[in-house]
Design a protein around this ligand. Structure first.
Ligand code: FEO
Length: 398
C-alpha cells in the first residue's frame, strides 16, 4: 500500500493483505488483514514503529525506498510476533545504522525467531523515552496484549498511541481511518475474541492508563487508525467488563434433527423471556463467529448428539477453542439427544475447565423430544432467565 500521512511527519507505511484467510493457521480471516507500520520523522531522528509480515517484505521495502528516507535511526518493535518483526532484518540491511528499540523480553523472542544480532538492539524499560529532536517517543511496557513481550509507544507531542496488537482488527480496507464504524467494530470484536479475550484481566489494568493518556489517535498494527478513539475504547470497556450481557450462545450439532429441534424449541423459549440468543452450527460455521458471540454472552448452552457415549466429535474442537479463549460466561448447560445412553454432560464440562460458570441441569433426551422433554427445556429456559435476572440485579447493586 502506498504511504499515507496521518499528520505531517507521521505516515502509515504498511501493507494490506486482502487474501489472507487464516492467522496462525487457527483464526479465520474472512476480511483479510493489514500489517501496519508507521514512520515518524523528527527534526533530528526518524523512527519506524513496527515492521512487516515476512511474506510482504519486498512490497514493504519497495515502499520505504520510494519515500527516499535519508536515515532511519530507530526501529521500534512493540511486539516480537513475526507479522510485526519479520522484516526487521531487511530494514536493517537498508539502514545499517538503525537500532532496534524494544524491551528485553521482546528482544529475546525476536532473536530466537529471526536472525538479528543482539547488539543491534537498544533496550528500554517502562516509561523510557527517546528523542527524535522535536518529537519524543515514550514506551509503556504492557505484557500480554498478545504475548508477554508486548508494549505500546506513545508519540508524546502529537498524542498518538501506537498499540500494535491491542485494539487491532483483521480488516483489509483502504480506509486509513475507522470511518466505517460498523465494520470496524465487527472486525475488532472478532479480533478481541480470538486474540485478546484470554488476556482480559491484563487489558483491564491497561485501559485506565490509555484513558488517562486520552490519545487523539490510536494507531494499532492491524486495521484502520482510530481518529475517534472513543469508538474502540467504549467497545473494549464493554468487552472486558466483568458482568456479561443477557445473551445465550448455543453451539450445536445434530445427526437426525432431534438435537436441532431441541435447539429451535429452546431458542424460542429464551427469546420469549427477553434474552438474546445466538445458535451456532459447529459443523460448517465460522469459529470466529462463535468466539465473537462469546465476548459478551452470559450463558453457554452446548447442544450435541451423543456419539459412542460422548459428545459428537465435531463439537469437541469448537469447545476446545471456546475453552482456551476463556470467555466470561456465568452459566452453562448441556442439551441433546441420544440413542441408548449418554455421558455428554460430564464430558462437555470436562472439556471446559477454564470456564468459571455455574452448571445448570442438563436436558438429555432419548430419541426425539416428547412433551415431558419439552417441559424440561421450559424449566431450563426459566432457570437461564432467573440466573440472568439475578446477575443483572446483583450488578446493579454492586
Ligand atoms: Fe499481530 Fe501478536 O501479532
Amino acid at each position: 500500500m502506498i504511504a499515507r500521512e496521518l499528520i505531517p511527519g507521521v505516515s502509515a507505511v504498511g501493507a494490506i493483505d486482502w487474501d489472507r484467510r487464516y492467522f496462525d493457521e487457527l483464526v479465520p480471516l474472512p476480511h483479510g488483514t493489514t500489517y501496519n507500520s508507521y514512520l515518524v520523522r523528527g527534526s533530528e531522528k526518524t523512527a519506524l514503529i513496527d515492521t512487516m509480515y515476512p511474506a510482504r517484505t519486498a512490497e514493504y521495502i519497495a515502499n520505504l525506498k520510494r519515500l527516499n528516507i535519508p536515515h532511519i535511526d530507530y526501529i521500534i518493535a512493540n511486539h516480537g510476533e513475526q507479522d510485526h518483526s519479520g522484516s526487521i532484518p531487511a530494514v536493517l540491511k537498508l539502514y545499517p545504522n538503525a537500532r532496534v528499540v524494544t524491551n528485553k523480553f521482546c528482544r529475546k523472542l525476536i532473536t530466537d525467531a529471526i536472525d538479528v544480532a543482539a547488539d543491534r538492539f537498544l533496550i528500554i524499560t517502562d516509561g523510557d523515552t527517546i528523542s527524535l529532536g522535536d518529537r519524543t517517543l515514550r514506551f509503556l511496557i504492557t505484557p500480554w496484549v498478545h504475548w508477554p513481550d508486548t508494549m505500546l509507544t506513545h508519540l508524546v507531542e502529537d498524542n498518538i498511541l501506537f498499540t500494535c496488537d491491542l485494539f487491532g482488527a483483521h480488516n483489509a480496507t483502504t480506509d486509513l481511518y475507522a470511518t466505517d464504524e460498523g465494520r470496524t467494530l465487527d472486525t475488532a470484536r472478532r479480533y478481541y475474541a480470538e486474540i485478546m479475550m484470554p488476556f482480559r484481566s491484563h487489558i483491564t489494568k491497561y485501559l485506565p492508563m490509555v484513558e488517562k493518556i486520552a490519545p487523539r489517535m490510536i494507531a494499532a498494527s492491524h486495521g484502520p487508525v482510530y481518529n475517534r478513539p472513543a469508538l474502540i475504547l467504549d467497545a473494549y470497556r464493554q468487552w472486558i467488563a466483568d458482568v456479561p450481557l443477557r445473551e445465550v450462545v448455543i453451539p450445536h450439532v445434530s445427526m437426525y434433527n432431534n438435537t436441532s429441534n431441541m435447539v429451535l424449541y429452546l431458542v424460542d423459549r429464551l427469546v420469549e423471556r427477553g434474552l438474546k440468543v445466538t445458535p451456532f452450527n459447529v459443523v460448517d460455521g465460522d469459529l470466529g463467529e462463535l468466539a465473537s458471540a462469546l465476548v459478551t454472552a452470559s450463558t453457554l448452552v452446548v447442544a450435541a448428539s451423543t456419539v459412542l457415549g460422548g459428545p459428537h466429535p465435531t463439537c469437541v474442537g469448537a469447545l476446545n477453542l471456546a475453552n482456551i479463549l476463556k470467555p466470561k460466561v456465568k452459566f452453562m448447560a448441556t442439551i441433546g439427544s441420544f440413542g441408548w445412553g449418554s455421558d455428554i454432560a460430564r464430558k462437555i464440562q470436562a472439556l471446559m475447565p477454564n470456564l468459571e460458570a455455574k452448571i445448570l441441569a442438563p436436558v438429555l433426551v432419548k430419541g426425539r423430544a416428547i412433551e415431558e422433554d419439552l417441559k424440561a427445556l421450559d424449566r431450563l429456559a426459566n432457570e437461564i432467565y432467573e440466573c440472568n435476572e439475578q446477575m443483572t440485579a446483583h450488578s446493579a447493586v454492586v
